[in-house]
Each structure stands twice: as structure tokens, then as C-alpha cells.
Design a protein around this ligand. Structure first.
Ligand SMILES: NC(=O)C1=CN([C@@H]2O[C@H](COP(=O)(O)OP(=O)(O)OC[C@H]3O[C@@H](n4cnc5c(N)ncnc54)[C@H](OP(=O)(O)O)[C@@H]3O)[C@@H](O)[C@H]2O)C=CC1
Ligand SMILES: CCCCCCCCCCCCCCCC(=O)[C@@H](N)CO
Length: 308
């Protein structure tokens, strides 16, 4: 498997106008890539374009903006990607980063929230990938990145809608990787932890206490750091991309039938599996006790309310 050289390659980033996506675009631009940003809001796109352009390393580099909803209409997504390809040439690397999170207890979440998260997080990654994959296979080169989440590796209180939409990306990525590997096209799934972005700030406004307490087990990452790791793994053609020691343990523990990139990676998984399962049992115990404590706290408050 050859490493990709980012200089002069065409990188298309959905969700590239904010947060992790914007940092991925900056990281690629710093290495000399041509960028297409895909998102809905045109003002945010233009602002991101200006910010990214500050990091140019030569005067040929371009940042193109496409305003489209990646989750709605496949033919519309296909059309705008074709138009972009006419201007910049075929996409070498597609990063599917458009997405969002909504948390809440299962019975409190609207049914429409399940549909919406599945549309944005899952179908919103299927459509752009479907639009570029044939050309990548023909050209015998390419990278497709799916940005899942640690919540795409384990289910947590409050994430019934979000986790399932992020788990879906793993299945898509595994199946697709098996199809395209002989054509020298490589798929990466990234599993970031909580990351300090506008999307994360918004998510926190409605996060249940339980979800917040469980998430606080791990620290919040900087989007620049997450972006750097994702770009590095995608360029190297690694199937898995994770951050930090929790990320490493989670990826080893949940490797299942995921492809390995090196013999070393496979051996590490074999050797660490039992130990990491042991550690996971302690985490699960502490998560369960957080949930139970919150329930008892609420019950106590209710009896106080009633007697008052
Ligand atoms: N921040 C975190 O803690 C973590 C985030 N992630 C995942 O990383 C990704 C990026 O998250 P983050 O940077 O926090 O998010 P932000 O909310 O900061 O940015 C989201 C980006 O996606 C775009 N977008 C959203 N919906 C659509 C749509 N339907 N069509 C096209 N573009 C869309 C937004 O632009 P616009 O609204 O204008 O369309 C924006 O550019 C998401 O998939 C998220 O689930 C994973 C783990 C942790
Ligand atoms: C051996 C096993 C060790 C396991 C440690 C597990 C710790 C889990 C904490 C999970 C935090 C949830 C991240 C979700 C981020 C996200 O996607 C949202 N913030 C999106 O906005």
C-alpha cells in the first residue's frame, strides 16, 4: 500500500465549514492540497474559505465552496460533485465529516430525530462516497474517510439515536473497504472523542446529566489534534483512526472483523484484547453506577417535591 502525497491532491471535505471538518481542510491545505468544502450555509463556507486560504503554501492552491445538503437528494449531491470535478479534477480524498449529535433519553427523543440523525450521519456519508467511488476505482487511487465517533464504538446513555447512526458507518466502511482494496482505494473510519467545536457546544445545551457525567470520564480534545490524526491515518491508508489511550483501547477492543493495515496492528489486537476487556468491565461498572445514582437522585427530589 503506497502512502499518498497530499501536495496537489484534490480533497473534498463535507462539513468543512466548521469544527473538525474545517481543521481537516486546513491540515490538508497546509500540505499543499486543493480543497472543496461542502456544507449548507454559504456565509459559514465563505468565512471558512478565507480562514483556510491563510495557510497556503503556494499560489496555485484553491479553496472551492459547494453549498448543498448532503443528506437530502442523491442526484443533487452527484451534480454538485460533478461540477466541482470539472473545475478541480477528480477527487483524490473524500472526507465525510458533515454530521450532528442530539442526545436525550430514548423516550424523550422525537421519532423524527432518529430519522434526521440517520439521514445526516449515515446517508450524508453514503451519497458523496457513492458519487466519487467509481472514478477512484477507475484511477486506481483514492481515499474515503468516514468520521464516526467513540459513540460509534460503544453505546452510551442518551445516545440511542446518535450511536446507531455512527455504528452504521462502521458497517458501510468495512464492506466498502473489501470491495475497493484491489483498486488501491483505501477507507478510513475515525472515532474521535469529545472535541471542542461549535457542534459540541450545541450538543451540550441539551445533554442529559448522565451523558455528561459519563463523557467526563475522558477529556475534551482540540479539533486541530483530531484533524491531524485523521489526515495522517487517511494518507497512510489506515482503516482505523483513533486518538489517545482510550481511543486506542476502544479500537483494539472493538476490532471485530475490521481489516488490519499491518501485521503489527493485528498482533497488538490479539495480545491486548483480554486486558482491555478487563479494563472495559470497570468502565462499564462505573457508567452503570452513574446512571443508577442519577435515578436515585431524581427519585429523592420527587419525594421532596411531593412532601413540600
Ligand atoms: N465534536 C465532537 O465532540 C465530535 C464530533 N464528531 C463528529 O464529527 C463531525 C463534525 O463534528 P463537529 O466538528 O463537532 O461539528 P460542527 O457542528 O462544528 O460542524 C458540522 C459541519 O457539518 C456541516 N453540515 C451539517 N449538516 C449538514 C448537511 N446536512 N449537509 C451538509 N453539511 C452539513 C455544517 O455546516 P452547515 O450547518 O452550514 O451545513 C458544518 O460545516 C460530525 O460528524 C460529528 O458527529 C465525532 C466525535 C466527537
Ligand atoms: C477499554 C475501554 C475504555 C473505554 C473508555 C470509554 C470512554 C467513553 C467516553 C465516551 C465519550 C463519548 C464520545 C462521543 C463524542 C461525540 O461524538 C459527540 N461529542 C458529538 O458531538
Amino acid at each position: 500500500m503506497g502512502e499518498m502525497i497530499v501536495n496537489q491532491i484534490v480533497t473534498q471535505v463535507t462539513g468543512g465549514s466548521s469544527g473538525i471538518g474545517k481543521c481537516i481542510a486546513i491540515e490538508c491545505y497546509k500540505q499543499g492540497a486543493f480543497i472543496t468544502l461542502v456544507a449548507r450555509n454559504e456565509d459559514k463556507l465563505l468565512q471558512a474559505k478565507k480562514e483556510i486560504e491563510k495557510h497556503s503554501i503556494n499560489d496555485k492552491q484553491v479553496v472551492l465552496c459547494i453549498s448543498v445538503d448532503v443528506s437530502q437528494d442523491y442526484s443533487q449531491v452527484e451534480n454538485v460533485i460533478k461540477q466541482a470535478q470539472e473545475k478541480l479534477g477528480p477527487v483524490d480524498m473524500l472526507v465525510n465529516c458533515a454530521g450532528m449529535s442530539l442526545s436525550g433519553k430514548f423516550e424523550d427523543l422525537e421519532v423524527s430525530t432518529f430519522e434526521r440523525l440517520m439521514s445526516i450521519n449515515y446517508l450524508g456519508s453514503v451519497y458523496p462516497s457513492r458519487a466519487v467511488i467509481a472514478t477512484m476505482k477507475e484511477r486506481r487511487m483514492g481515499r474515503v474517510v468516514f468520521v464516526s465517533s467513540q459513540a460509534g464504538q460503544l453505546g452510551l446513555f442518551g445516545y440511542t439515536a446518535y450511536s446507531s447512526s455512527k455504528f452504521a458507518l462502521r458497517g458501510l466502511a468495512e464492506a466498502l473497504q473489501m470491495e475497493v482494496k484491489p483498486y488501491n482505494v483505501y477507507v478510513t473510519v475515525a472515532y474521535p472523542p469529545d472535541t471542542d467545536t461549535p457542534g459540541f457546544a450545541k450538543e451540550n445545551q441539551t445533554k442529559p446529566l448522565e451523558t455528561r457525567l459519563i463523557s467526563e470520564t475522558t477529556s475534551v480534545c482540540k479539533p486541530e489534534q483530531v484533524a491531524k490524526q485523521i489526515v495522517k491515518d487517511a494518507v497512510q491508508g489506515n482503516f482505523n483512526s483513533s486518538i489517545g489511550s482510550d481511543g486506542y483501547m476502544l479500537s483494539s477492543l472493538t476490532c471485530g472483523m475490521a481489516p488490519v493495515t499491518s501485521i503489527m496492528e493485528g498482533l497488538q489486537q490479539v495480545v491486548t484484547m483480554g486486558l482491555f476487556r478487563m479494563i472495559a468491565l470497570f468502565y462499564l461498572g462505573s457508567f452503570d453506577s452513574i446512571v443508577r445514582r442519577c435515578m436515585m437522585q431524581k427519585a429523592k427530589l420527587e419525594t421532596v417535591d411531593k412532601t413540600a
